[in-house]
Ligand binder design. Sequence first.
Ligand code: DSN
Length: 429
Amino acid sequence: MPPASLLPPGYFTAGVLLTDAVIAEAIEREKARTRGVIELIASENIVSRAVLDVQGSILTNKTVEGLPGKRYHAGAVNVDVVERTAIERACQLFGCRFANVQPHSGSQANHAVLHAVAEPGETIVAMDLNAGGHLSHGASVNFSGKWFEVINYGVDASSGLIDYDQVIDLARKHRPKLIIAGGSAYPRALDFAAFRRAADVGGAKLLVDMAHFAGLVAGGAHESPFPHADIVTTTTYKSLRGPRGAIILWNDEGSRKRINNAVFPGLQGTPSLHIVAAKAVALGEALRPEFARYAAAVLANARTLAARLQRHGFDLVGGGTDTPLMLVDLRAKDLAGAPAAQSLERAGIVANMNPIPSDSADLRVMSGLRFGVSGATTRGLGVVDFEVLGDLIAEVLEGLRVSSGDNGAAEARVAETVQRIAARYPTYG
Ligand code: DSN
């Protein structure tokens, strides 16, 4: 008898459709789901076929540690080209001198910066999670909140805007090692110069986490955090329209070793080189002239949706948006985030519940809804579509308000219109 094969049939040749029915079916169902709905999750986008392909390339097989030209494993000649290209493109796109393209996620990029600039127990100043901050900016449940002394700034209760005098006062009083600007639900432009003043007053480094609006910065539709920031982090998969992962950007030669060493060996081992390659491809796309038009369209669509929701009487935290996202405070409509998001999903509009500043609602329910337009803009939806979407969101939420739970009729009506809109904007074919 021949020895049993070490590999399942088709190991080097067959795709998942032929080899794994459970996963293949989940992917096919996900394709079908996304075809028929409009995704307004602020942290999502739709990558190009090239970015998709590169993530499935043989680069996934390569293990290295260290930086291009200084690897601990042999055979790195080609992945060095890949990583150097990603670094060069990141620096060119954002107008800075140094980039580390290895972080597996935005949280790890932020953790690496903390590791590079502060010692455990030292003080950082960052936006409160409930005011729109991020878990990795010192939330009590996160490693960053457990290892560092975190002083939070929030937003003004009536305007929903950051109180920069408060940030400067906190910096003066607590003399933190790091001030973090940015978050995951703050919709307005940040005053980078004011953050710089706070950092200078407190003798701190300034980190800007531009994850949600990086694509607008890349496309010239939002001010750049440089030269005010010492260090900038961003995920690559939101408005920047690349793969899962993140990058760290900075200008100071003196920080180079500390930041690179904080990523590896400080926090991570081998980078995901197929993802680094996909970052390079996405950054290359963002350097093209089409991306500036995309960024302008994202901003126009976000402002259109925000204005339409306001016309329907919804309260927007911060009074509107300068970024791809907006945050709706549902309290005035006597609605809660979880049931609102569930009803919208049944109507084909996918968004997430979110805390609003000083939210007192249960964390499983929350009082807000966050919408983002980056993915739908990639799909091709324009301002007229977003006016209609604003009307449809209002129809679902109004239905939910008056029906006390059973909103089936409005959901079915809206789902039909959403499917018609979605059908006009196919993606991968
Ligand atoms: N930070 C999370 C969000 O904004 O949804 C994931 O990227």
